[in-house]
Write a protein that binds this ligand. Structure first.
Ligand SMILES: [Zn+2]
Length: 793
């Protein structure tokens, strides 16, 4: 506690404060100097010392130093992910430790202020945000281990490849993703699906267990029950879990109708061997490595195939689009609304394409704030496709947020809540992908969209966004349950698939075991990124990572934002027609919200934008109403069953050739004939045992009759006769009885025979039981399925 006194004294002398600040912001002395230069020298009352004025100076000092420390860390992290080498990793880990020391230093001291009597709500809010020091709370050695684990998990993911037999090895981006998106050969899809999980998930299993332990330890040191609770704390809401469940339930009709419709479309293409119309869908044929977006199978699921949408990617290629032009296009959207343009550094420093100089890089798209007010970057291995163009709009949404709040204290430089950050980029893509906008930008040639084409269009958006709803939800649910111990480490994979079945109606295409770790094959899990992020520390790397995919809450929020911005822009008509491009009114409204950063509780910010204080599914449902109506009619017409009452994730179709029999792996047909033979044999044995039993019974009965008659004779004879001589004379006729070749007295033989009979009966019943078990085992549903999760209707 000797360090705890220094802030009590340091701010009391502004000279000391100034000196410390100067020392820190100038390159040179490490953090220790900062810590040591404040020497306890006063015994003034601490309440007086930790007053509001001092707090303000403290926060200013924090801000000044954090900008330097964070900037250095971001530089090191950027260098690493854009050039994965051992040296760069070490440098990044070193800077990460420095950043943690800084966080811990200020977090510990922030506790000393008695905020209850403070007037300035900003000061109170900033101090409360500093209290959460996240992983920095860990003891030094464990912090180092934790950072190494995080780097290992992220790197394993980034470097993983799947190799063809005697062929080249394919990375996830773009090759494996391309296979998953375009291949319609289920064997090839299975190869990529399984290969990726073998290459990543399995490697991370053991590490992940340790990661969970250390995460929870860090959370506890911050005063939270577990890491999930710490992540959820970003939302400043006690009812977050209930609210999310409520939103999820409201969206169920849309998802279930889409699921049933897509299952039918896949059934038409792949047939009954692969698809059960009353069961879940195999996860490898939905056009995406994680089955989180189904838009790549739009061709199979187009409501009106005779009116296919124009191929915008083809148009882009025809117009010779380059990655940089795609970024300029996205920038133009924001500036057209009167929002900020990116500084020159953005264009100089961003990584817009996969480098061709042999560097290993992390390709997962992300937007970066370097905390110096001028350096912002995007990292993306861009391909010229409409998907990547829209993804860049999303990333530029993050950059716009950074630009808008860059003048706030570092503490407030994040979204009102993490879902806001994601929703801002996505709300722009809703406009950018509208027919009106694409036509305006010369990316479509057809002037009008009729009703059927509109349904086709809405289907493409739904396959991207509605299909994603349950996935986004279960991503966090899974980790919350892992962190709070509801899901134990020996059933990680089983419970992962239980959730995917329950919420998404999906099953794995091949049997999974606890050797596998399929959740680890998803970036956000291996990189420790909550779909909801923690505040100041942000993520493992402290960077704003994101993805073309949207988090669950942001998915709902973006439609709420869209509706509000469209209203501001004066849009009339269906919500999916709206394009806020060029609208200064919408731009102003967005700007007002973005520049608040996280300085205000998010319900206040939401109200400013939409007039509502709660997240609502109303706008989303309005947007998709024409599609939902069409889907319901179509599903009723086909007599579809909503949900998945049948557990048909049996894997027989895909592995008919081999099956297990008494520990041996044999041909299935052979196994079946053996099973029948064994069953027949058992019945013959049972019959034999019963016959033997009957014979024994008669034998015993006759011997009993003899015994009785002998005894009757004996009772009539003289009492002086020795029992021995009496016995020997009485049993004489039966004395030739043998049991297993040994001569013995008949009543002993009968006793042994009964025992043998009992044993035979037990054995026979046992083997029949075993046979029945073998039979049913082959047709049983996989062990990870539970009965109560069959259907939603
Ligand atoms: Zn994002």
């Amino acid at each position: 506690m000797e360090l705890d006194r220094d802030w009590a004294t340091a701010p009391s002398s502004s000279a000391v404060l100034l000196a410390m600040g100067t020392r820190w912001t100038c390159p040179g002395p490490p953090l220790l100097v900062l810590v040591c230069c404040a020497v306890a020298q006063s015994d003034q009352d601490s309440d007086q010392l930790y007053n509001e004025t001092v707090a303000k100076a403290f926060l200013q000092f924090y801000d000044r130093t954090a900008q330097v420390v964070w900037n250095q860390f971001m530089e090191a992290a950027w260098n690493y992910v854009t050039n994965i080498t051992k040296k760069n990793q070490e440098e990044m880990l070193y800077k990460d430790v420095e950043k943690s020391q800084h966080t811990l230093y200020f977090g510990t001291r922030a506790r000393l202020f008695k905020v209850a009597n403070f007037q300035d709500s900003d000061v109170k809010r900033m101090l409360s945000k500093l209290l959460n020091v996240d992983k920095a709370a860990l003891p030094k050695e464990e912090l180092r281990e934790y950072n190494e684990i995080l780097a290992y998990m992220e790197t394993t993911y980034s470097m993983a490849q799947v190799c063809l037999n005697e062929g080249p090895c394919l990375p996830l981006e773009p090759d494996l993703e391309e296979v998953m998106a375009t291949s319609r050969d289920q064997k090839e899809l299975l190869w990529a699906w399984q290969g990726w999980r073998d290459a990543v998930g399995r490697q991370l299993r053991m590490t992940f267990e340790r990661y969970v332990q250390l995460s929870n330890k860090a959370a506890k040191l911050n005063g939270y029950q577990d890491m999930g609770a710490l992540w959820r704390s970003t939302y400043e809401s006690d009812s977050l879990q209930e609210d999310l469940e409520q939103l999820f339930q409201e969206l169920q009709p849309l998802y279930l109708n889409l699921h049933a419709y897509v299952r039918r479309a896949l059934y038409r293409f792949y047939g009954p061997e692969l698809i059960d119309l009353r069961g879940p869908i195999p996860a490898h044929i939905l056009g995406n490595m994680w089955a989180q977006s189904w838009v790549n199978i739009l061709d199979l699921a187009l409501p009106f195939p005779e009116k296919p949408p124009e191929d915008i990617t083809k148009i882009m290629k025809g117009q010779h689009w380059k990655p940089e032009k795609m970024f300029q296009e996205a920038e133009k959207f924001f500036t057209s609304m009167g929002l900020l343009s990116t500084p020159p550094e953005f264009w100089e420093n961003s990584m817009m394409e996969r480098p061709t100089d042999g560097r290993e890089v992390e390709c997962h798209a992300s937007a970066w704030d370097f905390y110096n007010g001028k350096d912002f970057r995007i990292k993306k291995c861009t391909e010229v496709t409409i998907k990547d163009l829209l993804s860049i709009f999303h990333q530029m949404g993050h950059i716009q947020y950074f630009l808008q709040y860059k003048n706030l204290s570092v503490i407030f430089r994040s979204g009102a809540n993490p879902a806001f950050e994601e929703a801002v980029g996505s709300v722009v893509t809703l406009s950018a992908s509208s027919h009106k906008h694409l036509l305006n930008r010369g990316l479509l040639s057809q002037q009008h969209q009729d009703k059927e084409e509109e349904v086709n269009f809405l289907m493409s958006v739904a396959l991207e966004k509605i299909a994603f709803i349950p996935f986004a939800y279960l991503m966090d649910l899974f980790r919350w349950k892992v962190f709070d111990g509801t899901i134990e480490k020996d059933v990680y994979n089983q419970e992962w698939w239980n959730l995917r079945l329950k919420y998404q109606g999906l099953c794995p295409p091949i049997p999974r075991t606890e050797e596998d770790f399929d959740p680890g094959a998803k970036f956000h899990i291996s990189a420790s990124l909550p779909y909801i992020r923690s505040p100041v520390e942000g993520s493992v790397m402290g960077k704003r990572v994101c993805c073309p995919e949207r988090y669950f809450l942001s998915l709902v929020l973006q439609f709420q934002f869209h509706e509000a911005l469209c209203k501001a822009s004066g849009h009339m008509g269906p919500l999916h027609h709206c394009d806020i491009y060029n609208s200064k009114e919408a731009g102003k409204l967005l700007e007002d919200v973005l520049k608040l950063g996280s300085s205000k509780p998010w319900p206040e910010v939401l109200e400013k934008m939409t007039g509502e204080t709660k997240v609502s599914t109303k706008a989303l449902m309005t947007y998709f109403k024409p599609l939902l109506n069409w889907l319901v009619t179509e599903n009723v017409r086909q007599g579809e069953i909503l949900g998945w009452p049948d557990f048909s994730c049996s894997f027989e179709e895909r592995e008919t050739s081999r099956a297990a029999f008494l520990g041996m792996e044999l041909n299935t047909d052979l196994v079946k004939s053996w099973q029948w033979t064994l069953l027949a044999l058992s019945f013959v044995m049972l019959l034999a045992v019963l016959l033997l039993g009957r014979r024994l019974y008669t034998l015993e009965k006759s011997s009993l009759t003899q015994d009785t008659s002998t005894q009757d004779t004996r009772s009539q004879g003289t009492q002086s006769q020795s029992p021995r001589s009496q016995d020997s004379s009485a049993i004489k006729p039966a004395s030739k009885t043998y049991f297993l070749g040994i001569a013995m007295e008949p009543h002993q033989v009968v006793k042994r025979q009964w025992m043998l009979l009992g044993l035979c009966l037990l054995l026979t019943l046992g083997s029949i039981g075993l046979i029945i078990r073998i039979f049913t085992q082959h047709n049983r549903k996989p062990p990870w399925m539970r009965d109560e999760w069959g259907s939603w209707d």
